[in-house]
Design a protein around this ligand. Sequence first.
Ligand SMILES: Nc1ncnc2c1ncn2[C@@H]1O[C@H](COP(=O)(O)OP(=O)(O)O)[C@@H](O)[C@H]1O
Ligand SMILES: [Mg+2]
Length: 242
Amino acid sequence: MMIDIDHAHIRFKTKTGHVDAVREVSLHAQEGEVFGLVGESGSGKSTLLRALARLVPLAGGAMRIGGNAAPCGPRRDVQMVFQDPYGALHPRFTVDKSLREPLAIHGIGDQDARIRDALAEVGLNPAFRFRYPYQLSGGQRQRVSIARSLIVDPRVLLLDEPTSALDVSVQGEILNLLRRLHRERKLTMILVSHNLAVIGFLCQRIAVRSRNVRHEYTRRLLLATEGYTRESGGRLEREPGG
Ligand SMILES: Nc1ncnc2c1ncn2[C@@H]1O[C@H](COP(=O)(O)OP(=O)(O)O)[C@@H](O)[C@H]1O
Ligand SMILES: [Mg+2]
C-alpha cells in the first residue's frame, strides 16, 4: 500500500474545549490508485489531507506513506493542491519565485531547468515565469499550483476540491491535465470533491465521509453512488468491474 491510514484521530483545541475533526478514520490506497473522498462540509476531508501532508498532527492512530511514518515536518513525497489557486500562490511572487520556493525548501538544484520543465508539463509557456498571479486566469493559476506541487517529484498528490473554484469551462481542462499527470507520473492520488462526475472521471474507488449518516446530503450521495458497495464505517467501494 502507498497510503495507510489506521484509526486516524485529529483534534483541534478551541477557546471552549476541542473539536474532533476526524474520528477513527481508516483508508488504504494502492500505489498508482486515485482514491475519491466525498462528503458533507465539515466532515473532516481537508483536515485528513492536511494530516497526510503533515501540516497538522495526529491525536491518535497512524498514517504511513510508502510504508514509513517519519515523525514530523512537511514532506517532499506528499504534496497538496488546494481549491483556491488565489490563496495558494503568494500575490507578490512571480510564478518563477513561487516555483523556486519548494525547490529551495527541499534543497533541490537545477532550479531553472526544473521550473521550465514543470511549466511545460502543466501546459504553460515559459513566458509565464515572469507573471504575477493577478495576471493569470483561474485555470492558469491552478496549473501553476499543480506545477508547484509536482516540481519536487512527489509520489502522492492530495487534491482538495481542485476544480470547484474554477469556471465550468476550465474544470474539464484541469481534470484532463490531472488524469494525464496520473498516467505519466504513476502518482497515487486522493481527490476530495463534492462533484460525483469529477470523482467518476478520475477515481477507481471512493469513500464517503459523514458527520451524520441520516443527513440528507449523505443520503442523496449514497443513492447517487449506485454500483458501489458499502463497506464498514461508511466506506464505499466500487465492485470489481462495476
Ligand atoms: N484549525 C482548526 N481549528 C479548529 N477547528 C478546525 C480547524 N480546521 C478544521 N476545523 C474543524 O474541523 C471540522 C472539519 O473541517 P474540514 O476538515 O475543513 O472539513 P471538510 O473539508 O470536510 O469540509 C470542522 O468542524 C471544522 O470547523
Ligand atoms: Mg474542505
